[in-house]
Design a protein around this ligand. Structure first.
Ligand code: C2E
Ligand code: MG
Ligand code: MG
Ligand code: MG
Length: 287
């Protein structure tokens, strides 16, 4: 009976595996089709100066509007894109699309684009970024490439060389989701990052004492190392007040703005250069 029970469990386990594999397979085929059909979109979420409300940069975030499932979040399809190798083409498309879009924004607004660790494989990344900049005409100084710790978990040194080559193009390298890695502090020693972005989980944990202590520590580290710091995921007035109190001058979060379509952002920014709080800020964006 024990054996049968065990087999029953195994069968249920196998069944669960089957479901997950089928789900992954469906996402993979659907994603490939949607990408080829031009159905993916790039949305943009501003980062703003807390004091003035001025938009400092906008982060490109890929979106997959699915005909029946609604908007599929990147957390559901990026892992599949990475596993299947689709990320190479999707990542290049996001970068090219976002650079072309950002070239039309006021030139004091930077563009942040996320890079997957998989894009560091092979030696194509710096040339790809250089071409995206050249073709769009975007000033390299306005491009911020966001990477996570996984890029630094590379014993060969290849990824560090790639980061250096990227930086040599004049772009900025941002440490994204800071604090979630296993030895986040040591990563700051391995590469001269241009910015540190504290992970959303710490902001959402405010006002818990532990979260506050960690945010405070990151602010101090940033100041000590002269690395600008920023935060993501600010949703409430209390969170905003606390990060400002700790010395952060820039933030991203639903309290300011949600990710929006390229057109919505264009409308919000208007055509005039340099949207500032003095201009009344961004319509629809809290300042
Ligand atoms: P991320 O790079 O840390 O991006 C910030 C995420 O936090 C975005 O989720 C954004 O919508 C969300 N966020 C910002 N403020 C708030 C807030 O106040 N509340 C809440 N609840 N969420 C907030 P999203 O768009 O779902 O993206 C998730 C992750 O997927 C990104 O995290 C990034 O790691 C990855 N991703 C998205 N687009 C791309 C892409 O084009 N390439 C790559 N490689 N990764 C991407
Ligand atoms: Mg990011
Ligand atoms: Mg982030
Ligand atoms: Mg994050």
């Amino acid at each position: 009976a024990a054996k049968e029970g065990g087999r029953g469990i195994w069968r249920r386990f196998e069944q669960g595996m089957d479901d997950r594999l089928r789900e992954r397979h469906e996402i993979k085929m659907g994603l490939r089709r949607a990408f080829r059909a031009g159905e993916l979109e790039v949305h943009y979420q501003p980062l703003q100066d807390i004091g003035t409300g001025r938009v400092t940069s906008c982060e490109a975030l890929v979106r997959w509007p699915h005909p029946t499932r609604g908007m599929i979040p990147p957390s559901d399809f990026m892992p599949v894109a990475e596993e299947s190798g689709l990320i190479a083409r999707i990542g290049e498309w996001v970068l090219r699309t976002a650079c072309a879009e950002a070239a039309g924004w006021p030139d004091d607004i930077a563009l942040a684009v996320n890079l997957s660790v998989v894009q560091f494989r092979g030696g194509r990344l710096p040339a790809m970024v250089r071409a995206a900049l050249a073709d769009s005409g975007l000033d390299p100084g306005r491009l911020q490439l966001e990477i996570t710790e996984s890029v630094l978990l590379d014993a060969t040194g290849h990824n560090l060389e790639t980061l250096a080559a990227l930086r040599a193009l004049g772009v900025k390298i941002v440490m994204d989701d800071f604090g979630t890695g296993y030895s986040s502090l040591s990563y700051l020693r391995s590469f001269p990052f241009d910015k540190i972005k504290v992970d959303r989980s710490f902001i959402q944990d405010l006002p818990r004492e532990e979260a506050l202590a960690i945010i405070r520590a990151v602010a101090i580290i940033g100041r000590s190392l002269s690395i600008p710091t920023t935060v993501e995921g600010v949703e409430t007035e209390e969170q905003l007040r606390m990060v400002e109190q700790e010395g952060f001058t820039e933030a991203q979060g639903f309290i300011f703005s949600r990710p929006m379509t390229a057109q919505a952002l264009r409308d919000a920014l208007g055509v005039k250069a340099g949207v500032t709080a003095a201009d009344g800020g961004l319509p629809g964006v809290r300042t």
